[in-house]
Structure formats: C-alpha cells, structure tokens
Design a protein around this ligand. Structure first.
Ligand code: 3AM
Length: 169
C-alpha cells in the first residue's frame, strides 16, 4: 500500500488553508485539494508491503516529537506538476530536524526513499493552469503541531484520497 508520514492541520487552520486554496484556485485554475486532505508531508514512503505496516505502526506510536509552531508566510509552486502550495519563505529548523530524524528511523526499519531536499509545504492546488501568485494576498498563519500521522493514499478519479492508519504518541 502507498504510505506517507504527515502532519495534519488543526481544524481551524484546515479551514484557513482551505480558504487559501479557494483563492489560489480562482487565480490559477487546476484542482483544489479538498479540506480533509490538506497536510504537510514529512516522508513519502511509496509502496510498502502489508507485512511491514505493523512494525511501522508500532514505531510511530513510540515516536513523540517535542512539537513546534510552523509559521507559514509564503506561496510557492512546483512548476512541472503545476502545484501551488503554502509554506515558509525559509525552511523551518524544527521540521527539518524532525524530517531528518524520521528518515534515520525509517532507514533503520529498512525503508528507503529519503529525498535529497525537503521543502515543507502544504499542497493547495494540483495541475494549476497558471502559476500566477502575484495577485494572491500575503499569508500569515501559525501551525502548532505535535502529532504525526501515517496515511495511506488511494488514487481516485478526481485525485488522491487519504486514510489515517496510525498516529504518534
Ligand atoms: O504533500 P504533497 O501533497 O505535496 O506529491 C505527493 C504528496 O505530497 C507525494 O507524497 C505526498 C502524498 O502522496 N508523492 C507522491 N509520489 C511521490 C514520489 N514518487 C511523492 N513524493 C516523492 N516521490
């Protein structure tokens, strides 16, 4: 099954991010990520055998990050897949450290796929038709976080859907 580790926004922030996605959709076109799917990916694990999921779940339940507050102050794009995202102008040190630590653990568990760079972001639009961010309002949001979620990704006709399988302590 296709898995990834992410942080899910608290409900109020989820709604605010959804409002940003609406603004971006009006400006750039493309597919808006539904509110319930908004997240910050920390580690994309790809296809993981069912037999490994139990060990992964047990590991995650023993992980207890200190947590932090991620400041979102920027729009961004990943040009080729036409992604418009919200994130930070500069990399958040606590998230960067967490991502590195998670990959150390994941590699010890026999999983691969550590990316060469990590850009913390929340995808708001996919397949945007115009990557025109200049008319969008400034972003100033704070995301208090602590818990991590192991999510399963399903591909459906109108885009990916996610199911939470496990959470950190
Ligand atoms: O957090 P976002 O939505 O940007 O793009 C996928 C999504 O990221 C990414 O993992 C998250 C959950 O699906 N993803 C999908 N395939 C990927 C791959 N082959 C990937 N990331 C890296 N490599």
């Amino acid at each position: 099954m296709r898995l990834f580790l992410a942080i899910e926004p608290p409900p109020e922030l989820r709604a605010r991010l959804g409002a940003l996605a609406d603004l971006a959709r009006a400006q750039c076109g493309g597919r808006r990520v539904p509110d319930e799917s908004l997240h910050l990916t920390l580690a994309f694990l790809g296809e993981v055998e069912t037999a490994r999921v139990e060990a992964l779940t047990e590991w995650l339940q023993g992980v207890s990050p200190e947590g932090g507050e991620w400041r979102l102050d920027s729009w961004g794009t990943f040009r080729r897949p036409g992604i418009v995202w919200a994130g930070g102008k500069t990399p958040d040190p606590a998230l960067t450290a967490l991502q590195a630590r998670l990959w150390d653990d994941l590699e010890s568990l026999g999983l691969g796929g550590r990316p060469s760079r990590f850009v913390p972001h929340v995808t708001l639009l996919r397949r945007a038709r115009r990557l025109a961010l200049d008319a969008l309002p400034p972003i100033a949001l704070a995301w208090p976080w602590r818990r991590l979620t192991l999510l399963r990704s399903f591909t459906e006709q109108d885009g990916p859907r996610y199911e939470a399988l496990a959470r950190s302590a």
